[in-house]
Design a protein around this ligand. Structure first.
Ligand SMILES: [Zn+2]
Length: 424
C-alpha cells in the first residue's frame, strides 16, 4: 500500500463534502415483530410519522436540510391523507383507538424537539385540514430562539394538539446514570404539566435511544406510551413504550405514505422492505468513487449501525494498487454526546463494519470535517461564499492478509487539539 491512495481519495472527496448534509439518524432495523400478528384494531393499520421542521427556509446545521419539510409539501401530505380517508391525529388518540375492534386508516403525526417553525407553519395547516398532532417538547429549550415559547404551548393545546415530553436536554438517555435519566424524564413532564395545566402522557426518546432501564423509567414516571425512531406500523402486539415511527424526510413524505398506507394492506414484512429501500436510497445518495457497489454495501452497513457521528460520505476508489474506502464524518452535531474515547471506539467499530461489509477493501480512511465559513464573494470550488471544510480528525487502517488470516493495521491518527471539546 502506498501513501498515495489516501491522499488521492481525500482530494476527490473534499469539494463534495457539504453537498450532502443528510441525517444518519435513520433507525436501526427493527425486528419484524409478529409478522403474522393482525394489524391493530383488526381494521386498517395505524402508523406514526415523525417530523422535525416545517419551514420555507432551512436552518443551518448538518441535519436540517433532510429534516425540513416545506409548508407546501406538508400541505400536500395532509391533503393526500384526507383524500384517502386517513385521519391524522395524536399518539394518545391512536393508542386509545387501538383497543377498539375496528377503525379507519388512522395515523399520528408527531413533531420532535419543539421548534417554533412547527407552530408557525405546521399548526395553521393542521387546523386547515382538521388534523391533530403530538408535539414532543425538549423543555430546556422552551422560550429560546428557534424554539416554542410557553405561550405557544398553550396555543397548541387550545387547537386540540397533544403536548408530549422529550426530556429536559435531549441527552441520549442510555448514556446517563439511572438517577440522571430519571431526572431528565420526570422533570420534563413536570415542567410541561406546570406550564400548561394539562396532563402529559406521551414521551419520545431523544434520537430514539432507549434500553430496558430507560423504558422502565418512562413507565414509572407516569407516561402511558413512548415512541422510538424505529420504522414500523403500530400493532396491537407492540409494547406501548416502544412504539415505532416512520421518519419523514424532505421530499420523501408522499412516497413513504404511499408505501406504508397504500391500499390499507400492510405488514411488518412490507415495512421492513420499505425501510431497507429507504436505507439503500440514503446510502446511494452518499456514495462516490469508481466502485459504487462496494461503496453502497459499506454505506448501508455503516448507516444501519446508527453511530453517534453522522456519516456524510462514503467513497470507494479502486486504483491499480488497492481498493480504498474513504468515510467522511461530520465533525459537528453528533447524535449523542461523544467523548474522545468513545469517538475512537466508534471509528474502530466503523472500520470493522466496513471491512466486514466489503472484505475486498485494502484500506479505509476515516476523517471528520467541520464547515469553515467563507467571506461573501470569495470563490470556493467555482462557487461564491459556499462554506468549505477543515479536517479535524483522520485515521487510516489497512487490512493485511497472510494466507487465510487478516489483520487490521492502524496508521497515525490526527486530532485537531481543540476540536472535540467544542464538537458537541
Ligand atoms: Zn429529538
Amino acid at each position: 500500500m502506498t501513501a498515495r491512495a489516501p491522499r488521492l481519495a481525500r482530494r476527490l472527496l473534499a469539494p463534495a463534502l457539504l453537498t450532502f448534509f443528510v441525517c444518519i439518524a435513520i433507525a436501526a432495523t427493527r425486528a419484524p415483530v409478529g409478522a403474522a400478528s393482525p394489524p391493530a384494531g383488526g381494521g386498517e393499520p395505524a402508523a406514526i410519522f415523525m417530523y422535525h421542521h416545517v419551514s420555507p427556509t432551512i436552518a443551518p446545521g448538518p441535519y436540517a436540510r433532510a429534516l425540513t419539510v416545506s409548508p407546501a409539501e406538508f400541505e400536500q401530505q395532509l391533503s393526500w391523507l384526507r383524500n384517502r380517508g386517513c385521519v391524522a391525529t395524536t399518539v394518545e388518540q391512536v393508542m386509545a383507538d387501538a383497543a377498539k375492534p375496528a377503525r379507519n386508516c388512522e395515523v399520528a403525526l408527531t413533531f420532535d424537539d419543539g421548534y417554533d417553525d412547527a407552530v408557525r407553519f405546521a399548526l395553521p395547516l393542521l387546523q386547515k385540514y382538521g388534523a391533530r398532532a403530538t408535539f414532543y417538547i425538549t423543555t430546556a429549550y422552551v422560550g429560546q430562539s428557534g424554539h416554542v415559547s410557553r405561550a405557544a404551548l398553550g396555543r397548541l393545546l387550545q387547537a386540540g394538539m397533544e403536548i408530549g415530553a422529550h426530556t429536559v436536554h435531549h441527552y441520549d438517555l442510555t448514556t446517563l446514570s439511572g438517577a440522571q435519566a430519571m431526572q431528565e424524564i420526570v422533570a420534563s413532564r413536570r415542567s410541561l404539566q406546570g406550564w400548561t395545566g394539562a396532563a402529559v402522557s406521551s414521551f419520545a426518546y431523544p434520537a430514539g435511544r432507549q434500553n430496558a432501564a430507560v423504558v422502565n423509567d418512562v413507565r414509572a414516571a407516569g407516561f402511558a406510551n413512548a415512541v422510538t425512531t424505529d420504522p414500523g406500523e403500530v400493532s396491537r402486539a407492540d409494547d406501548p413504550f416502544l412504539l415505532p415511527r416512520y421518519r419523514i424526510l424532505r421530499g420523501g413524505g408522499l412516497a413513504l405514505f404511499a408505501q406504508v398506507l397504500a391500499a390499507g394492506v400492510t405488514s411488518s414484512v412490507k415495512a421492513q422492505a420499505a425501510y431497507d429501500k429507504a436505507l439503500h436510497a440514503i446510502a446511494r445518495s452518499r456514495i462516490e468513487g469508481n466502485t459504487p457497489q462496494l461503496a453502497e454495501s459499506v454505506a448501508v452497513a455503516l448507516l444501519a449501525r446508527r453511530f453517534a457521528e453522522p456519516i456524510m460520505k462514503v467513497n470507494v476508489l479502486t486504483i491499480p494498487e488497492a481498493a480504498v474506502a474513504g468515510i467522511v464524518l461530520s465533525g459537528v452535531k453528533f447524535h449523542a454526546p461523544v467523548s474522545r474515547n468513545r469517538f475512537m471506539a466508534d471509528v474502530r467499530e466503523m472500520a470493522k463494519t466496513a471491512f466486514t461489509a466489503a472484505p475486498s477493501l485494502d484500506e479505509i480512511d476515516i476523517w471528520a470535517t467541520v464547515p469553515v465559513s467563507v467571506p461573501a464573494g470569495e470563490p470556493v470550488s467555482g462557487d461564491f461564499a459556499v462554506p468549505t471544510s477543515k479536517t479535524v480528525f483522520s485515521s487510516v487502517v489497512t487490512q493485511q492478509r497472510r494466507g487465510l488470516q487478516t489483520s487490521l493495521v492502524w496508521g497515525t491518527t490526527y486530532w485537531d487539539p481543540r476540536w472535540l471539546q467544542r464538537a458537541r
